[in-house]
Write a protein that binds this ligand. Structure first.
Ligand code: NAD
Length: 176
């Protein structure tokens, strides 16, 4: 049995790792789709698909999850939601089950006949990409919300100065 989880993972946080561990109690292998792979360098989507692959690979190693248990596949968005499932199927290994807390993802896979499971949420108030990015911008403590290896990747790519620079409006934006 193979399961699919798709997430933007901007950035990878402890909630993602918990949900991946939970999925692997259910299925033999998990396909982890890095969603919105074409996006990067914005406040909402600061990290490239490659950087997110690096974060996830290192975090799964840190948590002793064997590389034989997962596939990490970057997935670009498509304009039409109605053809997204076909697009995902085209670029991923075959899977039997879908895991998601995202209502659009759930709806689209259900309509395509997949069994969809909504995994329990782990500390969602703080284990959320939005919360991690907010704390990064405000200079608050965010480090405990992500695996240590993700922290190292963000340091390596100078992610904090990137997100802070991206949040500064251009002079013409400030006037308008
Ligand atoms: P996300 O990174 O916020 O979450 C990924 C998964 O992890 C979700 O299922 C979420 O429920 C789970 N999760 C997150 N925090 C958790 C926690 N604390 N505890 C337990 N589980 C937790 O990403 P997302 O927004 O769900 O990503 C969906 C992706 O699918 C996006 O990139 C979106 O663009 C893409 N998508 C694209 C199309 C299209 O191109 N037309 C259509 C649908 C979805």
């Amino acid at each position: 049995m193979r399961g699919l989880l798709v997430g933007r993972m901007q950035p990878v946080h402890e909630g993602h790792i918990e949900v991946i561990k939970r999925i692997l109690e259910d299925v033999d292998e998990v396909i982890i789709g890095i969603g919105s792979a074409q996006l990067s360098h914005t406040v909402k989507d600061p990290f490239t698909a490659g950087e997110r692959v690096m974060m996830l690979t290192k975090a799964l190693t840190e948590y002793n999850i064997s590389a034989s248990k997962y596939y990490i596949i970057p997935i670009q968005d498509v304009v039409c939601n109605s053809v997204w499932v076909a697009h995902v199927k085209m670029i991923t290994p075959p899977f039997n089950k879908v895991y998601t807390g995202n209502s659009l993802v759930k709806q689209l896979f259900k309509e395509s006949g997949y069994q969809v499971t909504v995994p329990p949420l782990y500390n969602r108030e703080v284990y959320s990409g939005t919360e991690v990015r907010k704390r990064m911008l405000e200079g608050k403590e965010w480090e405990s919300l992500v695996p240590k290896s993700v922290l190292e990747v963000i340091k390596e790519i100078e992610g904090i100065s990137r997100i802070k620079n991206l949040s500064v409006k251009e002079v013409n934006e400030q006037i308008n």
